[in-house]
Write a protein that binds this ligand. Structure first.
Ligand code: ATP
Length: 156
């Protein structure tokens, strides 16, 4: 169940990044715009950000880079998490949003995890009226994009 209201997405993501433990010391770059508001359940949006950013850190080594962007145009709001990590093979890309699916148990075992994160993220994204897409290349990295509708302009 979600209670969607006007939320400052810039602030929510900023807070998540500040509180995230980045033990690996991978470089995190962010460009979160200037107080971009969207309709969302704040706690659910926070969880989406945690899952995507934690995964980016988990599947990227210390020499890599994570880029977090929040942007808005005339069509939509986009929350984009890009990493230069291990990437996701094409044949797995449509399955990683399924519950308990993990790419290649050998490569994932050492990193822990349950295979639930992305299925939860996808459900939460749908709850707040958005979609999530993935572009990835093995050995080069992954980009997860959450597309959210603009707040309909009202008269208030
Ligand atoms: P957890 O439930 O704790 O997040 P998890 O990371 O295994 O564990 P998901 O978040 O659902 O579960 O991710 C599913 C699988 O997708 C992972 O096991 C991993 O193989 C792959 N994956 C997810 N994010 C990335 C990423 N940024 N780079 C490379 N592979 C990823």
């Amino acid at each position: 169940e979600s209670k969607n209201e006007r939320v400052n997405l810039t602030v929510v993501i900023e807070r998540v990044v500040m509180q995230m433990q980045n033990d690996s010391n991978v470089e995190i770059i962010r460009n979160l715009g200037n107080n971009i508001f969207g309709m969302a359940d704040e706690e659910q949006f926070r969880q989406i950000a945690v899952i995507l950013i934690e995964n980016a850190i988990r599947y990227t080594d210390e020499h890599g880079k994570i880029t977090i962007v929040l942007e808005k145009d005339n069509e939509e709001i986009r929350f984009i998490v890009t990493d230069t990590g291990i990437g996701i093979p094409v044949q797995d890309q449509h399955k990683i949003f399924d519950r308990f699916y993990r790419v290649d148990k050998d490569r994932s075992r050492q990193t822990g995890g349950t295979g639930l994160g992305l299925s939860i993220a996808k459900e939460l994204v749908h709850n707040i009226g958005g979609t999530i897409t993935l572009v990835s290349k093995t050995g080069f990295g992954s980009t997860f994009t959450v597309h959210l509708p603009l707040i309909k302009s009202g008269y208030s």
